[in-house]
Design a protein around this ligand. Sequence first.
Ligand SMILES: Cc1cc2nc3c(=O)[nH]c(=O)nc-3n(C[C@H](O)[C@H](O)[C@H](O)COP(=O)(O)OP(=O)(O)OC[C@H]3O[C@@H](n4cnc5c(N)ncnc54)[C@H](O)[C@@H]3O)c2cc1C
Ligand code: FES
Length: 500
Amino acid sequence: MENTQSYWLASTPETDYPGLASDITVDVAVLGGGLAGLSIAWLLKQEGLRVAVVEANRICQGVSGHTTAKITSQHDLVYAELDQVFGRERARQYADANEAALKLIGETIKTQGIDCDYEEKAAYVFTEQDQYVAQIEKEGRIAAELGLPAQADPEPGLPFPVKAALRFDKQAQFHPRKYALALARTIPGAGCALYEQSPVVGLEEGKIITITTKGGPTIRADVGVLATHFPCHDGGGLYFSRMYAERSYVLGVRAESPLPAGMYISAEQPGRSLRTQGTPEGDLLLVGGEHHRTGTGKEWPHYQKLEDYARDHFKVAHIPYRWSAQDYTSADKIPYIGYLKKGKDNLFVATGFRKWGMTTSAVAAMLIRDLIVWGSNPWQDVYSPQRGMGLKAAGKTAGMNVEVAAELITGKLAKAGPSKSGEAWVESRRGKKIGYYRDPQGEIHRVDLTCTHLGCEVAWNSAEKTWDCPCHGSRFTPDGEIISGPALKPLGRDIDPDIV
Ligand SMILES: Cc1cc2nc3c(=O)[nH]c(=O)nc-3n(C[C@H](O)[C@H](O)[C@H](O)COP(=O)(O)OP(=O)(O)OC[C@H]3O[C@@H](n4cnc5c(N)ncnc54)[C@H](O)[C@@H]3O)c2cc1C
Ligand code: FES
């Protein structure tokens, strides 16, 4: 089995910002140092606010370090649905927000002189099947009516035939870590700071927000912004019942055949995403897709399916990079950006980006800045975490909760026998599910499989060698340490020797 490695991480240095060592007081505490948190902090600092970014691990190593980094207002097929479910005004807000995000990123790169492989390109949604043609045509019609730069293009420049394609002009792509690390460098100074390896373990609401990090140091802030991908504090907002996590995969391919010039996503499900990335060794073709609910325990075959697709459509020489990550989707597909809950005007959230977090991070930065500084923003209704849902979306939430409840009650893993080095297995002992992993040195790592967030049963991810929770996407190392929340505590390791 081959290793997994993100090109974005492999081609940039690791950061080394200090941890939070003592209590501090700031105007705004931004929790999470991914693209969302860094973009929000960058705009707030320009307003003269004292901002602290606090990151659990190292910045931009989470989803933002494992993305495909297309910067586009074309979010597969979404505008016809938004127009139908929420009406013209809200669909227009969504379109305007994403076009403004594209502009903000482009201008930031220009004014700050950021060297991040930024390229303006067209973005296409295409299909190889007749059944999606009408959907693409409708999407194009509505997108153009909303003022987006959208038009049908029967020849999108792919080296295989398509049945239909919709082109959005003046979209872009970049190297997400080169961009994010440059934003991060602008944050320390003038009363602002960036702390790494300082996981937030508690948040107390009030006129002053008090944030506790692991080991004890606290941040006192007038305003708190939760940009931890999944909010690490729920505060009664019930975010765990309103979003689901989906994993998705990317291959970095060296190909001998000509590569397409634009950025592409297929209308078919599971989708396929294509773009190129310039590297010192020549262009790398990124082939993405194969999304599925997190924690199914069958991750490795998804890489294989992507590889089969790449080999069917391009002359593949070799595949030096493979990576995967997960993103959250809300029931109505629109991210939650704004006040964490009603009546609480000093606590904000940005989550549920549905794999479109490059523009959405910039949308979050502008929207949250405006709410903090001026109290309103033109797109606040469509992104409001307190918005009402269409009937279809409400039904979907109910469906999501039934699935989660099933995980909570039963778990999905069957008992399996001891396995080889590099593999994991599960045993049931006196009603408790115990997970075992035998590492390449033969040492066995044992954890209680009950997720410390809300008690679902985690499942083994054979591709990444992690325990993943199917309910809300928490992920843990073989030793049970947290890789990503919402869980704030490691998996139990203190297992009664009598039951092992
Ligand atoms: C395979 C894949 C491909 C994608 N492709 C695209 C694309 O082409 N275009 C696009 O627009 N979007 C794309 N996306 C989506 C995009 O990458 C994400 O939406 C975006 O990166 C999310 O950014 P974030 O800052 O919210 O999360 P992250 O980058 O995960 O950052 C959150 C940070 O919060 C930290 N954190 C978590 N808990 C705590 C805590 N308790 N205390 C302190 N810090 C904490 C984490 O360590 C992490 O660094 C893709 C996603 C995937 C999975
Ligand atoms: S129960 Fe919520 S992430 Fe596991």
